[in-house]
Design a binder for this molecule. Structure first.
Ligand SMILES: Cc1cc2nc3c(=O)[nH]c(=O)nc-3n(C[C@H](O)[C@H](O)[C@H](O)COP(=O)(O)OP(=O)(O)OC[C@H]3O[C@@H](n4cnc5c(N)ncnc54)[C@H](O)[C@@H]3O)c2cc1C
Length: 341
């Protein structure tokens, strides 16, 4: 049998897309080289929090995704609606930003408390999503055949690359995936915050004796920050507390230049001649590769995951156009206009 879609990567991107495609009736399978949530997704504290800012498309889209995610997670046994207090970082201020907030909030100290926000136990949530979807374990390398792709023993009409920071299969010059490393600690502690908190790092409310502390700050090429800094920042925010480390999880996440997800079928750059007018360009008519990309979730993999999975399924199954702000075509156009990424 030939699958309609073969998704490579069982993180937040791959698992949510698989869920919505399967639910929409597509024949879909997932290939994972290691384990469900083995990449950035398994390391994430998975704080589900909105964006604070001065409006604009990044904030608008992020908060649209946040509202969708909160509704979606309401039926997950692994979501804890703790509320999240967001505080401005040193030298920043949230003054006047309330007028741009399009999600429920109350003003609190010098920050905003988002009562609908919360945290997700990422791995079991992803495992549950993939429970009824065929999952194969090997390192995938799709080979294009006449009218399908061969991936190991499997065949599919289309490939969905949900490989996070592993970018070797994304063979197009207009996409560059940055990498940011981070760490999360789960600690046993009596610390009992009334809500989860975020400033330089995130500290969760206490869930069954466990407090989660996490951040992703180590950019490519920069000297990694020592894990003790995480605890120093946490204590600056919530005060002194005793703890015993129950688990440490390291991971790398992708980052892209405009901080918005990248979704859609890749344009085959090598087959597109010189573009004479961008004003009249119809990207729909450009040659495509049969390979769909799902990436660039940045530090919000579990905020974007459900909404992007839903939008992709509607696009592929019902022909709904993808919102321009996340459509992969924007990267192709920028690259052709500037001659570089
Ligand atoms: C420490 C840390 C804390 C974070 N905290 C938060 C947070 O609080 N809230 C939030 O929303 N987000 C958070 N994030 C970000 C979030 O984790 C990422 O945005 C998200 O995990 C990205 O998901 P993904 O599916 O794109 O990538 P990944 O989760 O990295 O998944 C990619 C998968 O693809 C597999 N793969 C790659 N290549 C192949 C191949 N050739 N064949 C088969 N399989 C392959 C990998 O093994 C991996 O499992 C955090 C990230 C880190 C690292």
């Amino acid at each position: 049998m030939i699958y309609d879609y073969l998704i490579i990567g069982a993180g937040s991107a791959g698992a949510h897309a698989a869920h919505f495609l399967h639910r929409g009736g597509a024949r879909v399978a997932v290939v994972e080289q290691s384990a469900i949530g083995a990449g950035g997704s398994g390391a994430a504290g998975a704080f589900i929090s909105p964006r604070v800012g001065r409006g604009g498309e990044l904030q608008r889209f992020t908060n649209e995704a946040f509202r969708f995610a909160i509704e979606f997670y309401a039926s997950s046994p692994y979501f804890y609606q703790t509320g999240i207090l967001r505080l401005p970082k040193e030298g920043q201020s949230f003054a006047g930003l309330e007028e741009f907030l399009d999600v429920p909030f109350t003003k609190h100290e010098d920050g905003f408390l988002f009562p609908t926000a919360g945290i997700l136990k990422a791995k079991p949530h992803l495992q549950l999503l993939l429970e009824k979807i065929p999952l194969y374990y090997f390192s995938a390398r799709p080979i294009k055949k006449e009218d399908y792709f061969q991936v190991g023993e499997l065949r599919a009409h289309k490939i969905i690359l949900a490989t996070g920071a592993w970018d070797e299969l994304i063979d197009e010059p207009y996409i560059r995936i940055g990498k940011v490393g981070g760490v999360r600690f789960d600690v046993r502690s009596d610390l009992a915050l009334p809500y989860s908190m975020h400033k330089m790092v995130s500290v969760s409310a206490n869930i069954e004796g466990i407090v989660t502390i996490g951040a992703t700050h180590n950019r490519e090429g920069a000297r990694p920050k020592e894990p003790r800094i995480l605890f120093e920042e946490a204590k600056k925010m919530v005060g002194e507390f005793d703890y015993e480390i129950a688990g440490m999880y390291c991971g790398v996440r992708s980052s892209v230049s405009d901080h918005l997800p990248i979704v859609g079928e890749l344009i085959a750059d090598a087959r597109v001649p010189k573009i004479r007018s961008f004003k009249t360009l119809e990207t729909k008519e450009l040659p495509r590769k049969g390979i769909i990309i799902l990436n660039g979730f940045g530090g919000r993999g579990f905020v974007f995951g459900p909404y992007i999975g839903y939008l992709l399924a509607r696009h592929l199954l019902d022909g709904e156009p993808l919102p321009q702000v996340v459509d992969v075509d924007r990267y192709f156009i920028r690259y052709r206009k500037k001659g570089r990424v």
